[in-house]
Write a protein that binds this ligand. Sequence first.
Ligand code: FES
Ligand SMILES: [Fe+2]
Length: 349
Amino acid sequence: MKSNQPDIRQTGLHPDFWYPLARSASLKKGKMLSVSFAGEVIVLARKKDGDVFALEDRCAHRQIPLSMGVVEGNRLKCGYHAWEYEDTGRVAKIPYLGKDSPAPPRCIRNYPCKEAYDHIFVYTGDPKKLEHISFPELPVWHRTDFKTMYFEREVGCHYSFMHENLMDMNHQFLHRRLLGGLKPTLIEYCKGKSWIEARYKFESGGKRRIGADFLMDGSKKGTDSDDEDIMTIRTDYPYQSLTLQRSGDEEPALHLWSVYIPVTLDQRIHKSFGMLMIKKPPIPGLIYLFWPFMRWFTERVFSEDRMAVMAEQQAYDRQGGDWNNEVFPLILDLRSVLIRNGIPLDKTD
Ligand code: FES
Ligand SMILES: [Fe+2]
């Protein structure tokens, strides 16, 4: 279905948000980590006291990555001629010039940076807008009756394919070996300028695979309440979430929160970050017993999705444009949200 809308795959993710760019555990004290947002290289550094800061990954002298250097105290030292940088990005010392030499008025970009939910979040956008940008709220993450499974994976496709994949539950045939005969029915959806939310009813047809039961709630497998599962999927630009509400339960059995960070300038590769918060079954410790299986099962589902979205990107590249004949109104509206809130790729550099 051709439309007059701009090409969604040529729409960049808007930088004016807080994005997770790494897991906290991947950055040890006194170390650096080079990450990327849409072709912009950023060095994350952890001081000895544990605080994290983020700078352009570029020495102002001869442009080599600062991540090739070392952390010393509260400063970064370039690995080439040892220029020293404060956490603000200011060049504090050029060791081979005397004290009286005029310091070059140089600095590199500093990015606001916060640790939350076991991730390092960076604000990649316009500093003047920062005070109006809200930080993602994940109250369930703090609850002790939920356990969180983390995902971090580079995937060779534009981030929009991920939003479409999760929102369009009509692709359960892709997961038929793992999920059995799950039948989703869209009940309703609603939308705003920067968000869209869909509610699906899931029927198992009595053939749901055991993996789906464990993931949805290990304590309830095989009950008749399967027929009442409600799944809510929401793109709240630029983030996405999914909750599963089982019949008879007061609150959702699981929450997924995810975001897809473009890695390269052309945004044809992204890194998915996800947190799947699963309600612990009433039997203490049971979740730890099943956790490796749940992990394996979820990875399998994601790997099937990954295979499909990467094949979509390859088709786009081969065909030189978006030939998709999208027919589902929900997904057409989702595209509008992503385009309206994004930024044309040729204007991002
Ligand atoms: S290139 Fe960094 S100090 Fe020379
Ligand atoms: Fe899927």
